[in-house]
Design a protein around this ligand. Sequence first.
Ligand code: ADP
Length: 268
Amino acid sequence: LSRIIRYAIERKKAEREREKLLSEQLAIQELEKRRNEFVNMVVHELRTPLTSLKAHAQILRKHFSLTGDEAVIRTTTRMNTQINKLTDLISDFQDITRIEGGRLQFRESYFDFDELVNEIVEEMQPVTDRQLLLRDGETNKTVWGDRSRIGQVITNLIMNAIKYAPDSDRIVIKMQSDDTTVTLQIQDFGPGIPQTVQDKIFAPFFRVEGATARTISGLGLGLYISAEIIQRQEGHLWVESQEGKGSTFCFTLPIEREHPLEEKETAS
Ligand code: ADP
């Protein structure tokens, strides 16, 4: 009899444990849902005045570029830079909630990979004093994927090389391809990333501790979003780095994937 009682008690205990775990999981899901709703609301509320601010700054710059007032042009240019930073930050927050809510969308079509990389390098060169060197600059490949999202990844990786390798006078960008994939490498000659955290930098909100984290602003979202985009495009993003020697961020993308013939939108 005592064995039966003990068994019944054990079962009751296990049942209670299971119920507790379940209610904890539900509570976490509820919290995540509320956090996402909150972030969405904040993003929406910030986006509207920011868009209007940006338009006003552009009008000011246009007006004063005609009259040639240097000081005002400089100020409006700075305003524009800061507005763009805020816009990027808001976009990152929006992407995070989209990823976590399974709502990150892709607009896919065929695009010229070399043209995209060249376009981004040309756009970014004027905003940095670092040399952006395009080596082995041709794959001659047409890739099926979301051009804008892949462009977001390339921009983010080059921006990181500029931000985190301030003493690197050049950033080397290499394109390669074979029959099935294209590869892009972005190499800087900055401080590098310690071996122990090389896989952690792709987690949300992770930043490598140290002097750079304190002086260079960021939230640790860019690489997480980039890795998610590349993975969803059936590619792979990784880093090769040695402390004191620099970092090379690389990604591969398949050239052909299963897809309908026309442009399509996919949610996760
Ligand atoms: P953020 O730049 O907003 O911090 P990221 O997700 O882009 O976010 O990067 C995460 C962290 O990885 C950065 O905080 C930085 O510590 C490290 N990191 C990224 N790129 C480089 C690089 N090229 N060189 C050295 N460290 C880097």
